[in-house]
Design a binder for this molecule. Structure first.
Ligand code: NI
Length: 186
């Protein structure tokens, strides 16, 4: 428990901050990397509650989870800096933009989520935990410009993530459950 490397944490945090430089956390004027560190915070909290085989993989993937989806960083960059396990985890956590390309926005988002969950489930438990932590972090009060329908869909996505991935972590599963139940929408 708690057996994670501060050096690896700092290296991944710096890499992520550099890669996401200039991007903001959605609906805020905070740097994007605040989001990545909140996801890592959820992982660290889980590590104090549960025994995990590869805590450093979870911590690094939490900090790097947006790098392939939203920055110029490519898979090989992550392999060379952090190794294949971390790179494969980050790749599974990234949407495949080609999935559902001909569908409407809602359908596309849903298909991309299903596709990513399918790939995450082929990864070690630590990667499942990062996806749980990501959605826990993202279940903030919805922005005022979101329609009721959009709020409902976001909640449905969170339910799907919970259904598929909660077995990876009792701690994070319960935490996501509480977040979903207090989120607006049916
Ligand atoms: Ni995220």
């Amino acid at each position: 428990m708690g057996n994670w490397s501060r050096e690896k944490y700092f290296k991944a945090l710096k890499f992520s901050a550099e890669a996401h430089k200039g991007q903001l956390m959605p609906e805020t004027d905070l740097p994007y990397v605040v989001h990545a560190s909140l996801v890592a915070m959820e992982i660290l909290a889980a590590l104090t509650a549960e025994e995990v085989d590869r805590p450093n993989i979870a911590v690094q993937c939490a900090l790097l989870h947006g790098c392939l989806e939203d920055t110029y960083i490519i898979y090989d960059d992550i392999v060379s800096k952090f190794g294949g396990y971390v790179a494969d985890g980050v790749l599974a956590l990234s949407k495949d933009g080609a999935v559902g390309i001909s569908e409407d926005e809602h359908k596309r988002h849903w298909l991309q989520l299903e596709d990513s969950l399918h790939r995450i489930k082929k990864q070690p438990r630590e990667i499942w935990m990062v996806k749980l932590a990501d959605r826990i972090t993202n279940l903030q009060p919805p922005p005022s410009h979101w329609s009721d329908e959009k709020i409902e869909r976001y909640k449905e996505g969170a339910e799907l993530i919970h259904r598929e991935l909660a077995p990876a972590s009792v701690y994070l599963g319960e935490r996501l459950r509480v977040k979903i139940d207090s989120y607006p929408g049916g």
